[in-house]
Structures are given as structure tokens and as C-alpha cells.
Design a protein around this ligand. Structure first.
Ligand code: ASP
Length: 325
């Protein structure tokens, strides 16, 4: 039996030490540690990998530091559209929601889809109606609001007109500040898509991912997060949660490919994930990273950006968190 373990991420991008002060760094590491401790507790009490990843991602959604739930980024129209998914490796059961605007915790809606529906993926109003019927909490759009996100969106609109990974937006702002130029983007916007993967004491695997998407995205755009096999995947070989330029993760079936290369080519978890992130994604200019665990409890956390908020906790051991490369 493996030692149960949970790993989490809070998004990847151009996160550099130069752009981060000590207080802010502490805020992030503390938030990541708290979430890991909660996930570790679920596993230590005999909870399933599915329960551990759902709870970890729910807590990350509640934290305004990250681009999921409260603290989500804005679309080009200044609205919020959130995506989330969850998958149980033991059964291949899965649930996902896309483009939801009124759910406090999209990951709980995804979990309800997994448990209570014959379908796998709900979008928009239908997803909200389903979640409401399951007794999940609805919120007004201003629930997601944070000033930092709003400022970031305004500047993205005014200066680049492009959709941006949130951490890249923050780095652009820091670079401009260092060069004494007017900030193209807000300096305190180093937030990120969130995810968790776990292996429980029975060797069962699960993954969950949740996001507000990319800043200034077109209305109706759906990224990799709710697409099983792209931004989230779990089977009896590996569980994977991804963050980055979602379009490229969809085009490479990135999360599924980690498991597939292990199953069909006999690669190790680490080598399989490395090839996906460092070779297949970079070949089409995909930026970001992923977290993955296999049924022996091995964990790998590769990324091709400057940083990725990430951490892992094995039951009975201290938690570890990292930000930079
Ligand atoms: N992958 C997410 C998306 O494309 C964004 C992110 O990871 O920050 O929606």
C-alpha cells in the first residue's frame, strides 16, 4: 500500500523573485500550506483521494489569492465565467462545469455532476440550474470581485487587448515598474488557476482543477480546465491537474497523455510528465505546468514557466511548498 499523498498547484506563469516581496510570498506559501494540511487530514483520516482533491480545490476557490472562485479573472466584457472538473481514477467517473457565472464553488458542482448525473459536462445556465437543484450555493457576480483582478483586467484591455495568463500579467507590471515605466498591468495580480491530485491509502487516484480562465478572454471561451484529458485526468495509472495556456493543453490532450505514455510506452511518471510539459507543449508554444501522482505515490510537478505555485504533503510528513524554478 502506498503512503497517501496530495499535491496542489495555484497556477503557473512568469513568477519571479524580483516581482515578489517577502510579505506577499508569505501570504501565498501560508495559503498553500493551509490547503495542503486540510487535504492531508482528509487522507490521514482514511478519506478517499476524490474527497481530498475536492476539499483542497474548494479551499483554493475560497482563497482570493488564486484565480478560481473568489478572485477569478474577468472576461473581455468584465464578467466572470468559471470552469471546474473532478475525476476519480478508480472508476473513471468524472464531472465538470464550464462557463458558470453564479456558483460559489464550481468544483462542488463538478463533484455533484460526477455523483448525481448520468452526464459528465454541463455548461452555463444548465450547469447552474443543476447545481442549484443539488443544493449548492449560488452567488451574485460581485462575489468573485477583487480590486486587483479588476485593475489587471482594465490594464489588459487598455494596453494589450489580449488574453493573458494571470501570472504573466503580474510580471509585465513588475518589469515596467523596475524600468520606471508606467505599469502596463497591475503589480499585485499574481494569482492562478488551482488544482489538486492525490493517491489515497488504497492506491486510488483522483484529480480536480478549477479556474476563472485567462484575463480578458472572449465571452464564451472555455479552456482546458473542464475538459477531461486536457486540464484534468485520473485513471488507475496517474492523476493529473494542469495550468497554463489552456488551448495548447486541449490540443495536446496533455493530462491524458501523461497517463497514456506510462501505460503504452512504459515511461515513469516523471519522464512522461516531463515530455508533455517540456517537449510536446513547448513544440506548440504551450506555457504552464502540471502536477501528477501515480499509484505508487510518486509525485512530479514540472512547469516550463519561471514559476508555479505548488506543494505536496505525504501523510505523516511535513508539508512542502515551492513557488520558483
Ligand atoms: N488553464 C487555464 C485556462 O486556460 C488558465 C490557467 O491555468 O491559468 O483557462
Amino acid at each position: 500500500m502506498p503512503q497517501a499523498v496530495i499535491a496542489i498547484h495555484g497556477g503557473a506563469g512568469t513568477i519571479t523573485r524580483a516581482a515578489m516581496d517577502a510579505n506577499r510570498e508569505r501570504e501565498y506559501t501560508t495559503a498553500l500550506e493551509q490547503v495542503l494540511l486540510a487535504g492531508q487530514r482528509v487522507l490521514a483520516e482514511g478519506g478517499s483521494a476524490l474527497d481530498a482533491v475536492t476539499e483542497a480545490v474548494r479551499l483554493l476557490e475560497e482563497c482570493p489569492l488564486f484565480n478560481a472562485g473568489k478572485g477569478a479573472v474577468l472576461t473581455h466584457a468584465g464578467t466572470y465565467e468559471l470552469d471546474a472538473s473532478v475525476m476519480d481514477g478508480a472508476t473513471l467517473n468524472a464531472g465538470a462545469v464550464a462557463c458558470v457565472k453564479r456558483l460559489r464553488n464550481p468544483v462542488l458542482a463538478a463533484r455533484a455532476v460526477l455523483e448525481k448525473s448520468e452526464h459528465v459536462l454541463f455548461a452555463g445556465e444548465g450547469a447552474e440550474a443543476f447545481a442549484e437543484a443539488q443544493g449548492l450555493e449560488l452567488v451574485a457576480p460581485d462575489y468573485y470581485f477583487t480590486q486587483a483582478r479588476y485593475d489587471q483586467w482594465q490594464r489588459a484591455q487598455g494596453t494589450t487587448g489580449m488574453a493573458l495568463l494571470d501570472h504573466d500579467a503580474a510580471a509585465l507590471a513588475a518589469k515596467a515598474a523596475q524600468e520606471n515605466k508606467a505599469d502596463p498591468l497591475d503589480a499585485d495580480t499574481k494569482f492562478g488557476t488551482v488544482g489538486a491530485v492525490a493517491c489515497d491509502a488504497n492506491g486510488n487516484l483522483a484529480a480536480a482543477t478549477s479556474t476563472g480562465g485567462v484575463t480578458n478572454k472572449q465571452v464564451g471561451r472555455v479552456g482546458d480546465t473542464p475538459v477531461l484529458g486536457a486540464g484534468c485526468y485520473a485513471d488507475d495509472v496517474a492523476a493529473v491537474s494542469a495550468t497554463g495556456t489552456g488551448e495548447m493543453f486541449i490540443r495536446t490532450a496533455a493530462a491524458f497523455d501523461v497517463s497514456a505514455q506510462m501505460r503504452y510506452a512504459g515511461l515513469s511518471l516523471e519522464e512522461s510528465a516531463r515530455r508533455v510539459v517540456m517537449e510536446k507543449l513547448t513544440a506548440i508554444h504551450g506555457r504552464g505546468g502540471l502536477i501528477a501522482v501515480d499509484r505508487a505515490g510518486n509525485v512530479t510537478l514540472p512547469f516550463n514557466t519561471e514559476g508555479m505555485y505548488r506543494g505536496l504533503a505525504r501523510v505523516g510528513e511535513p508539508v512542502n511548498v515551492w513557488i520558483y524554478g
